[in-house]
Design a protein around this ligand. Sequence first.
Ligand code: ZN
Length: 273
Amino acid sequence: MMGKVDLVMWTKNGGKFLRQVFEQIERVIPEENINQRIVVDDHSKDETIRIAKDFNWQVYPNPAHGIASGANEALRHVQTEYFVSLEQDVILAEEWWEKIPMHMANQDVAVAQGIRLATHPTLKILDEYEYSRKGALFGASLDNNLIRTKIIRQLGGFPTKCSICVVYHLLDVIVRANYRWIIDKTVVSQHLRTDLKSYYRHAYLQYANCECHKSDLKVNMRLFLTSPLRSMHLAIAQKHPQLLYVYPRIRFNCLQGALNARNRSIQSIQSDR
Ligand SMILES: [Zn+2]
């Protein structure tokens, strides 16, 4: 049913995992269904570009910085009715190609994707916990998606409001336009997370660099304050004591990032006066 699709990925210093990620993509998506392989690279200083070329991906430079700019540059090169958006640290689920394209039978579906769980055992438990308690649209991402090109173009491409929260703003635009975003929880890809330290840093940066204040300080404060109790319940239920310190540490870093972002925006308002 699905003809040829373009594959797009935005990269930045992803050399560490890129070979395994590309190898898995070639295993999961049949060669006869692939039109172009497009990488938009965000000024990588490692071997990302060389690896991408070795795997026959066309490499374009990100004209600015960040995900929105990379994604829009990729979209500019797409030629097919549907395209697949991928990320440099996600190992695509074996059954991704068998299951995700079926969701496009409904013309209102703009985006269909599976979910992904961290490979680090502690982070994996946290991911599963979040998926089990949140709604159908929780876990929207841009790393294992099939996207209907026409709708995204018609809605103005990838939103540029915030360099971090592109996916949330895109989801918002799509839902408001009465199109659908499907998250198929039976298709589970792997998010390559090997160490906690870089994840803590990632949590901080997500909030510190957010320009749109999607989640405010009060929410972050509440999540941090309740994190010891929540992690205790989860640690007992899952028999995984590491959760006792990992989850509060993550929430602390998110809070710190959010505080930092707010102070920065206050400073910029003051300096505008
Ligand atoms: Zn944001």
